[in-house]
Design a protein around this ligand. Structure first.
Ligand SMILES: [Fe+2]
Length: 250
């Protein structure tokens, strides 16, 4: 990535594959919003399960290829990299073998999510097993899970063991509700956030917006760390390099 700007590690920009955009026109509108927001690159990360259609690495790579070509034709300067958002479950290890789960742009980093309202008993086992096998899981939007909102102490030991946390921009700004806003600010204050990403699903509601969230994060952690979360860390991840580690309370 030659240019400077935000790098969005979590984005449902690929069409017709999950609860993101349903056609190429909407994907292109999302890319335009991303560009206006100062985003220079996105990881396309559809959900791996839950929306009927089988998602695998071949499908994601071919859609990423088509999106890149369409962006070139439209003159939109936005780089796109392949990824997937993987539900934490014991089958993950089988999915990894079958190409139904895979890492971000071929790195060791894998974007994972959990159910919103209950914390499955196997979650920690699966996360630790992934790390034992050399993967570095990035947990999507911990601030939106009810059980972490109610018991924030569950998160710190996981982070100390190597789990990376991605907070969603719409949580910081309040678009995703008061609880998510409050808890995302708590996580920022505690120094537990490595990445800010959009988790965008359309060009309007849950759009790829970054600027306002990064400004709000900077009020809490300072500009240096806020830009590490929205630019340097996600860039390092897509390039397979090490991230800047947790820094403790701000
Ligand atoms: Fe997502």
């Amino acid at each position: 990535m030659a240019r400077e700007g935000f790098v969005d590690l979590h984005n449902h920009i690929l069409p017709g594959i999950d609860d993101g955009p349903q056609d190429w026109e909407e994907s292109i509108r999302m890319a335009k919003v991303a560009q206006e927001e100062g985003i220079i690159a996105v990881a396309a990360t559809p959900h791996n399960i839950g929306f009927g259609r089988e998602v695998n690495q071949d499908l994601v790579l071919s859609l990423v290829g088509e999106l890149r070509a369409r962006l070139r034709r439209e003159g939109i300067e936005l780089e796109v990299f392949p990824g997937i958002e993987v539900m934490v479950m014991p089958e993950v290890f089988l999915f990894l073998e079958e190409g139904k789960a895979f890492t971000l742009n071929g790195s060791k980093y894998i974007l994972v999510e959990l159910p919103y309202t209950f914390y499955p008993v196997y979650s920690e086992y699966v996360l630790f097993k992934l790390m034992e096998r050399g993967y570095r899981p990035i947990l999507a939007h911990p601030e939106r899970y009810v059980y972490f909102q109610n018991r924030p102490e569950l998160l710190k030991p996981l982070v100390e063991s190597g789990l990376l946390l991605q907070v969603t921009s719409g949580s910081i700004t309040g678009e995703l509700g008061g609880k998510a806003r409050e808890f995302s600010r708590h996580l920022l204050q505690e120094g537990l956030v490595h990445i800010i990403a959009t988790d965008a699903h359309s060009a309007k509601w849950r759009k790829p917006a970054m600027r306002e969230a990064v400004e709000e994060a900077a009020q809490i952690v300072g500009w240096d760390k806020a830009l590490a979360m929205a630019s340097h860390n996600p860039k390092s991840i897509l390039e397979g390099k090490e991230v800047r580690e947790v820094w403790g309370p701000s």
